[in-house]
Design a protein around this ligand. Structure first.
Ligand code: ATP
Length: 610
């Protein structure tokens, strides 16, 4: 899927994006570190300069004090070489010191931006992107980028400069041999280019495969109970093994490619060196070169071996970084579909009455052929409770998700006290709307933190009242009371307990509009009856949309809307619909008896009750 849509990760093997351009686009993260990076480069260049000066001192030693047997001169030049060595060591220390802190800061800045962006992306993005792919981008891809920004980029510049300076010095020492060394850069360039192309494809494949493996591990951890219950362990292990084998093969392929290239990159300077040794010795014998000059030439040339050998690593690192940048930009380039409109306003809770109006609302999931909702027209008066009833897959959850703008309406509009929801600041709207879902998400934090997610300022009494309302006082009996940390996704609690905590969390927001999407489904009849009676009090003061199934809970609503094939086909009090609408009776009577058919895959047509 191309960037710019909220589609999933790009197809494998196809490099449709622009890795180098995307790497270049990340330069904005370098900008705040320009001064540090300049110091870094300066220290690196100075250290290299000191290193390059040593062979030139050696030339002076051989041609001067050694030839003249001048001990004083030898000590002086020896001391100079020592000073240069010390200077080089100190400069390397300074460089490494600066390098580590700035690269980690850059990595953290990119990670924070990706994370913030992920939070802005609509649920449809997360429906399509496997979480492991996101995880691998925010962890391993960013580490690759850090390595490049701290080492790869630096050594790329430093080594190119070293190569150029050394070649110029070599040409000055012996033009023909110096040029030979300079020209040896051509095969090096060809090898490097070829390697870069192949390595990029392998890197992208490997980074995607890492994401796949991470997704599988994450899904297994999440669905451990289902997996065990269905005895799917061996199948999942087989899938995992296939994934890791593919990863292994790509890794080995990458390693071999690197090995072949490293050998070729090693061969070129060593061949040049042997030519230089033979031709240099001949030049010394012919008196066209001094011994000192030959020593300096060879020592300088030896200084090029490491930069050339490192070229393979630098290109590999650069390619991986480009791929990582590509994968990260793929996420960052996905525009958040639901954002604050220009001039969006915030409403204070105290000024909101809670009149919710649906005007000709239609909605279609991206990629779905048919709309899930069409022509929904209804006003829910302040303080009124509307229950939405319909067969499974009729669009009840979709309708409710439009209120906090988890999705935006496709056609028509929804207003709150006359304000189009799209004209309200998202943060404000979500403070006004309290939601609880059938599948309650509890985070790996304490019960208290989970409860006060939407109201960090809530006091103890309010939390106690919300827990009482949701019949969730069991939370006080947990080992550390409300400070008990819940396991990942709150798995240490039962489904009913999690639902009750999620309900308490929604109520605690003191919302102007309460949206409850089947939040009582996991409760036993007795607990549901207790929650119902408490809920009655809350519903009196707030506008509410409910999706519930038990007739006794539906009866809490002032009115019921029957949703059929994406439309409201009947609206009225529960008893009236029961008496007059056969389709309503059919839905209610079918509900407890008929297990819900499987949902059509995302993008499929809506399931319609026959
Ligand atoms: N993210 C999605 N992408 C594409 N289609 C979706 C998505 N979520 C739901 N659908 C489809 O939209 C239709 C309505 O789904 P929705 O969950 O709103 O129904 P529902 O009435 O709440 O069902 P249930 O009572 O089973 O919870 C279904 O056909 C479903 O397959």
């Amino acid at each position: 899927m191309a960037a710019g849509s909220d589609g999933g990760p790009t197809d494998r093997g196809e490099v449709r994006r622009r890795p180098l351009r995307n790497l270049w686009r990340l330069r904005r993260y370098l900008r705040p570190h320009t001064v540090e990076f300049s110091w870094l480069m300066l220290a690196g260049l100075a250290a290299t300069g000191a290193g390059i000066a040593v062979p030139l001192v050696a030339q002076q030693v051989v041609d001067g004090p050694v030839a003249r047997r001048d001990l004083t001169g030898l000590y002086q030049l020896g001391a100079l070489a020592l000073l240069l060595g010390l200077a080089e060591a100190s400069l390397i220390f300074i460089r490494r010191w600066v390098q580590s802190s700035s690269s980690v800061t850059m990595e953290a800045a990119i990670r924070a931006d990706v994370y913030a962006h992920l939070q802005q992306l609509p649920p449809s993005f997360h429906d399509r992107w496997p979480s492991g792919q996101l995880l691998s981008r925010i962890t391993s891809d960013l580490s690759v980028l850090r390595r490049f920004l701290s080492f790869g980029l630096f050594f790329l510049i430093l080594n190119v400069v070293t190569y150029l300076v050394v070649v110029v010095l070599l040409i000055r020492l012996h033009p023909a041999l110096g040029l030979l060394v300079g020209v040896s850069a051509v095969p090096l360039f060809v090898i490097a280019r070829r390697f870069g192309r192949h390595y990029h494809t392998a890197s992208r494949r490997m980074q995607d495969q890492q994401g796949d493996v991470a997704t599988l591990v994450e899904e297994t951890a999440q669905g451990l109970r289902t997996m065990k219950a269905y005895g799917r362990g061996p199948q999942l292990t087989a899938r995992f093994t296939a994934g890791t084998e593919a990863l292994h093969d790509t890794g080995v392929g990458k390693g071999r490619l690197l090995a072949r290239t490293a050998a070729l990159l090693d061969l070129v300077p060593n061949l040049t060196l042997s030519i230089v040794l033979v031709a240099g010795a001949a030049a010394v014998a012919a008196g066209r070169l001094t011994v000192g000059q030959l020593v300096a030439f060879v020592s300088l040339q030896l200084m090029l071996i490491w930069p050339v050998q490192a070229l393979g690593w630098i290109i590999a690192n650069g390619q991986e970084a480009a791929t990582a940048a590509d994968r990260i930009q793929e996420v960052l380039d996905t525009p958040p579909a639901i954002v604050d409109a220009p001039g969006a306003v915030a409403l204070a809770r105290s000024t909101v009455h809670g009149r919710l109006r649906f005007e000709a609302v239609g909605f279609r999931y991206p990629g779905s052929p048919a709309p899930v909702l069409r022509g929904i027209d209804l006003t829910v008066e302040p303080g009124e409770t509307l229950a939405v009833v319909g067969a499974t897959g009729s669009g009840k959850s979709t309708l409710l998700s439009l209120v906090p703008r988890l999705h935006d309406v496709g056609t028509g509009r929804i207003t709150l006290d006359g304000h189009d929801l799209r004209d309200l600041r998202l943060a404000s709207l979500r403070r006004l709307v309290g939601m609880a879902f059938e599948e309650p998400t509890l985070f790996s934090m304490s019960v208290w933190e989970n409860l006060t997610l939407g109201r960090p300022d809530a006091g103890e009494d309010e939390v106690r009242a919300a827990l009482a309302l949701a019949q969730a006082e069991f939370a006080y009996d947990l080992p550390w009371g409300l400070r008990t940390r819940l396991g990942e996704q709150g798995l240490s609690l039962s489904g009913g307990q999690r639902q009750r905590l999620a309900l308490a969390r929604a109520v605690l927001v003191r919302p102007a509009v309460l949206v409850l999407d089947d939040p009582l489904s996991a409760l036993d009849v007795h607990t549901e009856a207790l929650v119902e009676s408490a809920l009655k009090r809350v519903l009196r003061n707030t506008t509410a949309l409910l999706v519930v199934h038990r007739p006794s809970t539906i009866a809490l609503a002032d009115r019921v809307a029957l949703l059929e094939q994406g439309r409201f086909t009947a609206v009225g009090p529960h008893t009236e619909l029961l008496a007059t609408v056969p389709a309503y009776r059919a839905v209610l009577s079918a509900e407890p008896a008929t297990p819900p058919p499987p949902r059509s895959p995302p993008g499929g047509p809506p399931l319609v009750r026959s």
